[in-house]
Design a protein around this ligand. Structure first.
Ligand code: LLP
Length: 414
């Protein structure tokens, strides 16, 4: 915050930046991301990966690599961005519950460090691929993704560890056992080096991870494997009153639980946080276009973005705070509903936002904690161009993803 109560991030006056770049805009504090990456690397070691689905562009991939973390990519598209940023294939982990032959080929060509095998069909594809490729090339190192049958305390849509899941090989059903057997057959053409477990996202309760570990431990130890990735999923606070464990605390809890569950000391335990690295590093700035008071009902404050730059409220009912960068410490006694500009009543940015009394048309309004799953899940609904991404550091800023234009929107039309 600047001396006048105006918002400043890393020494940059945000309203000044907005004056040049326009709204909506995602503003990321670069040093914040770097600190989280360093924390993750310290906590889990050099195989820790940033889950790029949370937010990805070339600048982000380069930064994560510089800070010594691997990158989890879950599609050919994320893989392409990481490679375009100059990240060596060895530092990438390839995910996906339905990897195409082309994606597997691209991963192989890039020398991706770990491929996380998710289905029997994928094992068949990997075997076919290994026969197609010239002999003498090292077999890709793979992890088998195991579904431990654990229900994490989170939104149903982002729960992944339960038995009824499209991801991975079920432990209880025996599919995991069978997968290991097939991956070790001489025909598989891969080197099985570890297991992967991911139970969901936006999880505050460390017990959920501890439970997953205790469920997987015996199977892991019997497998004789040396690497165990516990996935991502650590939650972050979005609204006042919430709190979450730090990455360091998360890692500590996982390591303690691993020892307690009998997992050997020499095991390389890693993780792949996305949200915990990047969510809190960014805010979204919008401009207020209309203020509509419906007496006795509510006040609608419309901004120049909405579900196209942040679909999380619509998808998961997620809550956010809202404030005015022109007066950060202002009291926020007025309750309004911040909505977007899309043609749907559900297009809510913040339901029951607490804002200053004098909020008015033309104000820049900011929502914090929008660094994860905002830009990455953004769409062009209603042909709204996606906002730019600005990185701020040491008193200066740079556009790392430019604003889309109407020409961009037309670029694919025949
Ligand atoms: N690893 C795997 C295999 C994953 O599927 C995910 C997230 C992560 C790591 C990273 O999880 P994180 O640390 O970010 O929780 N769009 C939803 C979140 C979907 C998460 C999908 N998988 C949201 O906005 O809440």
């Amino acid at each position: 915050m600047g001396a006048t109560g105006r918002l400043s991030i890393a020494g940059v006056d945000v309203l000044g930046l907005v004056g040049e770049v326009g709204t909506p805009v995602f503003v990321y504090d670069e040093e914040h991301i770097r600190r989280r990456c360093r924390e993750a690397r310290r906590a889990f070691g050099p195989r820790v990966a940033y889950a790029s689905k949370a937010f990805m562009c070339k600048a982000m991939a380069a930064l994560v690599h510089e800070e010594g973390c691997c990158i989890d990519v879950s599609t050919g598209g994320e893989l392409a961005v990481a490679l375009a940023a100059g990240v060596p294939g060895e530092r990438l982990v390839m995910h996906g519950n339905n990897k195409s032959m082309e994606e597997l080929e691209a991963a192989r060509a890039a020398g991706v460090g770990r491929v996380v095998v998710d289905s029997f069909d994928e094992i068949d594809r990997l075997a076919t691929l290994s026969q197609k490729l010239p002999h003498g090339r090292p077999a890709p190192k793979v992890w088998a993704r195991v579904t431990p049958g654990v229900e994490a305390h989170t939104h149903e849509y982002v729960m992944t560890g339960q038995d009824d899941s499209k991801f991975g090989f079920g432990l209880a059903s025996g599919a995991a056992e069978e997968a290991l057997h097939r991956l070790r057959s001489e025909f598989a053409g891969v080197e099985l080096v570890g297991l992967h477990v991911h139970i969901g996202s936006q999880i505050f309760a460390l017990e959920s991870f501890e439970l997953a570990l205790s469920v997987i431990a015996q199977f892991f130890e019997r497998s004789g494997l040396e690497e165990l990735c516990m996935g991502g999923g650590l939650g972050v606070p979005y609204v006042a009153g919430e709190s979450a464990p730090s990455i360091t605390e998360w890692a500590e809890a996982i390591k303690v639980a691993a020892r307690r569950a009998g997992i050997a000391e020499k095991t390389v335990i890693s993780a792949e946080p996305g949200r915990a690295i990047v969510a809190r590093s960014a805010i979204t700035c919008y401009t207020v276009g209309t203020v509509k008071e419906l007496p006795g009902l509510r006040t609608y404050v419309s901004v120049d973005g909405g579900m196209s730059d942040n679909p999380r409220p619509v998808l998961y009912g997620s809550g956010y705070e809202a404030f005015l960068p022109r007066d950060v410490p202002a009291e926020r006694p007025r309750v309004v509903t911040v909505v977007g500009k899309h043609c749907e009543s559900g297009d809510v940015v913040v339901r029951d936002a607490h804002v200053p009394t004098d909020l008015c048309v033309g104000d820049v309004l900011a929502t914090p904690v929008t660094g994860a799953y905002g830009h990455s899940m953004a769409s062009n609904y209603n042909k709204v161009p996606r906002p730019p991404v600005v990185f701020v550091k040491d008193g200066s800023w740079r556009v790392v993803v430019r604003r889309e234009t109407y020409e961009d929107l037309l670029a694919l039309d025949a």
